[in-house]
Design a protein around this ligand. Structure first.
Ligand SMILES: Cc1ncc(COP(=O)(O)O)c(C=O)c1O
Length: 413
């Protein structure tokens, strides 16, 4: 481990992850009040809170290194390169991949765009996705190829049984979120993996939500590309990663050109560096990379199995608490493995999703998300204007979920 930041010791699985006050104490933002009320932060699917070790990693870079990477020969430049490449190793290890398969990007959106631009797609090529995808896993395809959507089943979830039948000779990629940002449901990866491998079609996983809630292993998932954002895994904003199987990365064309990604440049041309460096044009977000590595170290120190167990337990409780309320409609109530995310509409005249969210913040200090959560097509298909979403993370306690459920019952019960 190269990144010099404090890490939490490995702890045995207690099944009571966020009940451990030591974990919450690591998150300075949890001391924040909202209108003089204790903050109940249930908007982690938008962005997560950051532990001290992440803040410390960013401080460390600015106070003790502050040099560019892969450019300077002085000691600080060498330290910056060492820490930056160490962070790459750390992120790759978290995903079960190799450092030379890991490209640092700004976020999931940029990672998916990088693939969409790098594959050399033609208008007649087909990309198979689901109607639940975040815009970041829809728009990059829509503008470059023909997007084919997997139909939904009666429960409002993608009907994976129909996947195989949608494959044609023109299918160039299957692209799906590992964990939906709207239902909290995990996709049936076995089906996606098997269909992709049977037809020799690459599989891209949007792990934007998943990476902070479950252990990820790219080999087990059988994917070719995987994208996620630092800010949803307790890391900084402005940093994320694209993991791509080495042979896929080697076939992709870099789309951003400039400093740092070429071996040599002449008056009439240039020669590229090897992947992953040829995909990182310009000065990268060095402090972000260090912060991201610190975040993944933090999550790993909790144990990703335990992180997943905690998220599933909160997801179950959200469902149990919300589903019986008559004037509330929970999305995809039939979803199996529901991680700590639940979205719903409220059936109270004059109370829009946005007004509900505002009321919860102003009256109870409960922070939720209200709107369409960058899943407009899914909302359109269900005929919904907007939904409210409650989303959790490792620092969320079951008590906070109970506070939210009690407040919801007061408003719509
Ligand atoms: C499933 C999913 N994919 C992609 C994104 C886009 O992430 P970012 O805005 O960090 O690029 C999000 C963000 O909410 C998401 O939930």
């Amino acid at each position: 481990m190269v990144v010099n930041v404090p890490v939490l010791p490995k702890r045995p699985g207690s099944g009571k992850l966020a009940m451990d006050p030591a974990i919450r104490a690591e998150f300075p933002m949890l001391r924040r009040l909202v209108h003089d009320m204790p903050m109940v932060y249930l908007d982690s699917a938008s962005t997560s809170l950051k532990p001290r070790s992440v803040l410390e990693a960013i401080r460390f870079y600015h106070e003790e290194i502050t040099a560019n990477v892969h450019r300077s020969t002085h000691p600080l430049g060498e330290a910056a390169t060492l820490h930056y490449e160490g962070a790459r190793g750390c992120v790759a290890q978290f995903l079960g991949g190799r450092p030379d398969e890991l490209v640092f990007v700004r976020n999931t959106t940029e990672a998916i765009n990088l693939v969409a631009m790098g594959l050399g797609l033609k208008e007649e090529d087909e990309i198979l996705i689901t109607p639940l995808e975040h815009h970041s896993n829809q728009l990059p395809w829509l503008t470059r190829a023909r997007v084919v959507y997997l139909p939904l089943d009666a429960a409002g979830l993608p009907d994976e049984e129909l996947l195989e039948g949608l494959i044609t000779p023109r299918t160039r990629l299957l692209a799906v979120s590992l964990l939906s940002n709207i239902t909290g449901a995990r996709g049936h990866m076995k089906t996606w993996r098997e269909v992709a491998s049977r037809h020799g079609i690459p599989l891209l996983l949007d792990a934007s939500q998943a990476a902070g809630h479950m252990g990820i292993d790219v080999a087990t998932l059988g994917c070719d590309f995987l994208a996620f954002s630092g800010h949803k895994v307790c890391g900084p904003t402005g940093i994320g990663a694209l993991w791509a199987r080495r042979e896929r990365l080697e076939k992709m064309a870099p789309t951003l050109l400039g400093g740092g990604m070429v071996h040599t440049s002449r008056l009439d041309g240039y020669s590229l560096k090897e992947p992953p460096w040829c995909f990182e044009a310009g000065t990268p977000n060095v402090e972000g990379a260090l912060g991201l590595a610190a975040a993944l170290e933090f999550l790993s120190s909790l144990g990703m199995d335990e992180v997943a167990e905690h998220s599933l337990a909160l997801g179950r409780r959200l469902k149990e608490g919300l589903a019986p309320l008559a004037r509330l409609r929970l999305l995809a109530p039939g979803a199996g493995d529901r991680y700590g995310i639940a979205s719903f509409t409220v059936d109270v005249p004059g109370l829009s999703a946005e007004a509900f969210g505002r009321l919860m913040a102003d009256s109870y200090g409960i922070l939720l998300s209200a709107g369409r959560h960058c899943t407009h097509p899914y909302h359109d298909m269900l005929g919904l204007e907007a939904t409210v979403r409650a989303s959790t993370h490792v620092y969320t306690t079951s008590d906070e979920v109970e506070v939210f459920l009690a407040a919801t019952r007061q408003l719509v019960g």
